[in-house]
Ligand binder design. Structure first.
Ligand SMILES: CC(C)(COP(=O)(O)OP(=O)(O)OC[C@H]1O[C@@H](n2cnc3c(N)ncnc32)[C@H](O)[C@@H]1OP(=O)(O)O)[C@@H](O)C(=O)NCCC(=O)NCCS
Length: 158
């Protein structure tokens, strides 16, 4: 596995990983209606690519293919973390979160935070995050349970 910065050409592959991760992995925890709303067929590929480009997106490649991606901002907020089900439970998300942690620390963030799905909650708990509050955001008319989760960051060098 290698980690690298998001490239202009990664739009379609990251959107495919996003949809596969929801339709196969997260489908264990959400209804078909919720899955259809979240991994919608209506996501505009150009808008998707623009959002990934403007976020600080990092891509994981396994055997030369995009296998996962994440991002982090200067406040330590992790918006996206998705891994292809074909490489689940092989440490891809752990490696991506390691990058997000180091990057947030370099940017001066004092905590990491995310809005974790039911599916991702055990992953984030295994990495020291705690649930702050459960939410029911509505996406394309459908409510989807998620959790605001946080973890304190040690200062760089500390
Ligand atoms: C959550 C997700 C990113 C984890 O990716 P992954 O590469 O499979 O995770 P890792 O292999 O790095 O997992 C590391 C550890 O996290 C924990 N973990 C990960 N997935 C878990 C699960 N489904 N249930 C319980 N623990 C889990 C385990 O402790 C695991 O270690 P182990 O495999 O040795 O037991 C992936 O399952 C995914 O894309 N899910 C669907 C989309 C989603 O919900 N994304 C998050 C949106 S907020």
């Amino acid at each position: 596995m290698i980690l690298r910065d998001y490239d202009e050409s990664d739009g379609p592959a990251t959107l495919e990983v996003f949809r596969r991760a929801i339709r196969r992995t997260a489908a264990r925890d959400y209804t078909p209606e919720q899955v259809a709303a979240w991994a919608s067929d209506d996501i505009d590929p150009d808008g998707w690519a623009a959002r990934r480009r403007s976020a600080r997106t990092r891509v994981a490649e396994v055997d030369g293919r995009v296998a996962g991606f994440t991002d982090v901002d200067e406040r330590g907020y992790v918006d996206m973390l998705f891994v292809d089900p074909a490489v689940a439970r092989r440490g891809v998300a752990t490696a991506l979160l390691g990058w997000a942690t180091a990057t947030a620390q370099e940017l001066g963030a004092t905590e990491l935070s995310t809005h974790a799905s039911l599916t991702a909650r055990p992953f984030f708990e295994a990495h020291g995050f705690v649930v702050v509050v459960e939410q029911q955001p509505v996406l394309r008319g459908v409510a989807l349970t998620n959790f605001v989760m946080r973890r304190a960051l040690e200062p760089v060098g500390g």
